[in-house]
Design a protein around this ligand. Structure first.
Ligand SMILES: [Zn+2]
Length: 430
């Protein structure tokens, strides 16, 4: 007797007609035709059942603050940072918690159950870290929140960041962050990478830096991060976020850089929505896309996880909490349009990011946590095309969010009365 049985699922790897049995919050069996009794049965009707979406790069202290204290009129990264600097001194812990919890409600409704959020530690009051540590506990039953100590104003450039970052880690923030391209000089940036990797090595922590979020083809912090990763023995524990300079770099130089990143077992976390919006701002035409080299990174075997970065905050006025929006943008901006490409992008918003965050028990294998999402789509490529409704969102074997399938009613002579968008799926040549 199982607690929950999901019948007739299509899995992201293409297996069809699969049943998934759940016992005590874990996946107990994944195979066709499970005959045992179950307390609850959900018929997936052949739709895609995926492990949860994972967002490896977010700013939960800033989310849903759009319009406070004013809008970003230029739309640039730098005005966003300045605007956040105006808002930060006015933040209260209660308001931060309220906004974060409201965002997590939205995230769960989209099947997003794990988020790595940077926490700004530039203000020595550390009200941001205090608030998000509390949120991490509050949302634990339904969302895994991992926090990165992030010196938004620069580790050396921000007057209080060096001490505050250490205190945030003492308070229990999980990961060491950084922003080398925002330090005053290239040399300060390189020194910050070294200092922050040393802290991570001393404390046994992971590293995730905003690294070269710039169009400058001469910025060299990705190289420095890879080198310091090897030097401090941090292989497999370091991620570089954004890496947009790589878009503009000389091809010969990149042919040296990619193997260095692979040797360091670095992960890459591009943020396609924000990178497309914020990069190339100094260009007239042609205008660079500024998104890092996702296809080349993937070809090198470097783990690529895609992040949202922002939802309705000083840097980005849009965002929905839906990682499929992120994958959709990535497919367009990288021109990765084949079925295999889209599958790779689906992995980049699910399994790759789970691996980068080091999530325990993630996946649809026997023994994993019974966390999954039933989508109104037939396969991963279709999920990216449609960004469909999340019919059921399941955490530890319990349904925690539901959305009715989208059906349009038509009144057209001689045409069908109802339209299910998922029924338009092509027959893929496999
Ligand atoms: Zn960011």
């Amino acid at each position: 007797m199982f607690d929950l049985l999901i019948r007739n699922a299509t899995l992201p790897d293409g297996r069809k007609g699969i049943d998934i049995a759940v016992q005590d919050g874990r996946i107990a069996a994944v195979e066709p035709g499970i005959s045992a009794e179950s307390g609850q049965v959900i018929d997936a009707g052949g739709l895609l059942v995926s492990p949860p979406f994972v967002d490896p790069h977010f700013h939960m202290d800033a989310t849903l603050s759009l319009g406070l204290p004013r809008m970003n009129t230029s739309g640039t990264l730098l005005e966003g940072i300045a605007l956040w600097g105006e808002l930060r001194p006015t933040l209260s812990k209660e308001a931060l918690i309220e906004r974060a919890l409201r965002y997590c409600d939205l995230a769960v409704s989209k099947g997003l159950m794990a988020v790595r959020s940077h926490v700004d530690v530039s203000d020595a009051r550390l009200v941001t870290a205090e608030a998000l540590l509390e949120v991490r506990d509050l949302v634990k039953p339904y969302l895994d929140l991992q926090l990165v100590a992030f010196p938004q104003d620069g580790y050396y450039r921000g007057p209080e960041a060096e001490a505050a970052l250490g205190r945030a880690l003492d308070m229990g923030v999980d990961v060491v962050g950084g922003i080398p391209h925002f330090e005053r000089t290239m040399e300060d940036g390189a020194r910050s990478v070294e200092a922050l990797c040393r802290i991570a090595a001393d404390r046994g922590l992971m590293v995730d830096m905003h690294c070269d979020e710039t169009d400058d083809p001469m910025s060299r912090h990705v190289e420095t991060l890879a080198a310091q990763t090897v030097r401090f023995g941090l292989q497999g524990r370091v991620a570089g976020s954004h890496l947009t300079s790589m878009h503009s770099m000389d091809n010969y130089y990149v042919s040296k850089l990619l193997p260095l990143m692979a040797e360091a077992q670095m992960a890459a976390i591009p943020n396609p929505l924000i990178n497309i919006m914020l990069q190339g701002r100094h260009d007239t035409y042609p205008k660079r896309r500024g998104l890092t080299r996702i296809p080349q990174l993937m070809e090198m075997g470097i783990p690529v996880g895609l992040g949202q970065d922002c939802v309705m905050d000083p840097w980005y006025s849009m965002g929905t909490g839906d990682l499929l929006d992120v994958a959709h943008m990535a497919v367009h901006a990288t021109q990765m349009g084949s079925v295999a490409d889209k599958s790779a992008m689906f992995d980049a918003v699910t399994v790759n990011s789970a691996r980068i965050m080091g999530l325990e028990g993630y996946g649809l294998e026997v023994g994993c946590h019974a966390d999954m999402v039933i989508l109104q789509a037939q396969d991963p490529a279709e999920a990216i095309r449609l960004r469909p409704n999340r019919i059921k969102v399941i955490r530890r074997g319990r349904v925690i969010a539901e959305t009715a399938p989208e059906v349009s009613r038509l009144s057209l002579d001689g045409r069908p009365e109802a339209l299910d968008p998922a029924s338009y799926a092509p027959v893929h040549a496999s």
